[in-house]
Write a new protein. Structure first.
Length: 327
């Protein structure tokens, strides 16, 4: 048995319950992991509220790090006793221990502690596929401008640092002067306080009226339409989240009128669908963290039993950097 966070109906943070759940033995292609830390992400909120639907009752959590306790038949890249980290489905990471598919799990380098491993996998791999795999048709070169919303969040602070390492000029938006300073301290070339500034006007001023090659947007409804106005011709609007709500329907003719723009809706789980792709992306993430070019900032730690407060803080945009749950 393992203490686990579960919901029986969709709704607010109060719907999450701490229960004792059976863990069991891993089957073919699976491992059992004993968590040392669990990651907290907005996708967990979407699953809790039912925006992303799953069968009920539902165990929550998509990211964790710990020690491999058992290995099922056919698993060759992991062994009992390995330090390991993962992100990906099925949900269930908010727990002391669980069984999950081994294809999502990678060995965690000794130089990276468990809390960092739990905090960085989903957010770091998201930054990796955005900056390395989700690029405008004209490509990205050192010196190019990109716009990144929520730049002081967990994905944003990693992206700020990684973009700087790649030579990109990242323009970050954030809510308030303190969060803007945080983005600048982590490598953003410019920061825009969306609570007091017109981010479209600022982007145009920063880029000399040209606009950016790509917008990376996890906010959704509140930023999508105006983000299109920040793009240069043939620019790419890369939506990867819905923190303010889903993007409403829009006329595809708008893209032509605004400069023959491209729009894509990305999700990490397409990129890490195979073990080989997951390992390749994780190796890239581990390398940039080990080099010191990207540092993983953990600003909030919560006991597993206080997960409801963690969700309230996350939804209220009271968090910065990464958050972890400690079983």
């Amino acid at each position: 048995m393992a203490r686990t966070i579960q919901i029986s109906e969709f709704g607010g943070p109060e719907k999450m319950q701490l229960v004792d759940a059976p863990v069991g033995e891993p089957g073919a292609g699976e491992i059992r992991i004993r968590h040392q830390a669990c990651g907290l992400n907005f996708i967990d909120v979407y699953q809790r509220t039912g925006l992303y639907t799953n069968p009920l009752p539902l165990k929550l959590g998509m990211e964790g790090a710990g020690l491999v306790e058992a290995v099922g038949p056919g698993v060759e890249h992991l062994a009992v006793g390995d330090r390991a980290a993962y992100c990906g489905g099925p949900p269930g990471a908010y727990s002391e221990a669980r069984v999950l598919p081994a294809r999502n799990v990678v060995r965690l380098p000794d130089a990276i502690d468990f809390e960092t491993g739990a905090a960085m996998m989903l957010k770091g791999l998201t930054a990796q596929y955005l900056l390395k795999r989700t690029r405008p048709v004209e490509g990205l070169e050192p010196g190019d401008f990109v716009l990144f919303h929520a730049a002081a969040g967990g994905v944003g602070l990693i992206a700020c640092q990684w973009a700087k390492a790649l030579g990109l000029q990242l323009i970050g938006t954030a809510g308030g002067p303190a969060k803007c300073r945080l983005a600048l301290e982590h490598g953003a070339a410019h920061a825009i306080d969306y609570t007091s500034e017109d981010f479209v006007a600022r982007v145009k001023a920063i880029t000399g009226g040209r606009g950016v090659k790509v917008v990376y947007d996890s906010i959704g409804r509140d930023t999508f339409e105006r983000s299109l106005d920040c793009l240069r011709p043939f620019g790419l609007m890369a939506s990867f989240g819905n923190a303010s709500g889903p993007v409403p329907p829009f006329s595809i003719a708008t893209l032509g009128a605004k400069g023959s723009l491209y729009v894509t809706r990305q999700t990490l789980f397409t990129h890490i669908a195979t073990r080989e792709a997951n390992q390749e992306m994780a190796d890239d993430l581990f390398a940039v963290v080990a080099s010191g070019e990207v540092k993983i900032r953990i600003d909030q730690r919560y006991p597993l039993a206080e997960v409801a407060q963690a969700h309230r803080d996350l939804e209220g945009r009271k968090t910065t950097g990464c958050s972890v749950l400690i079983p």
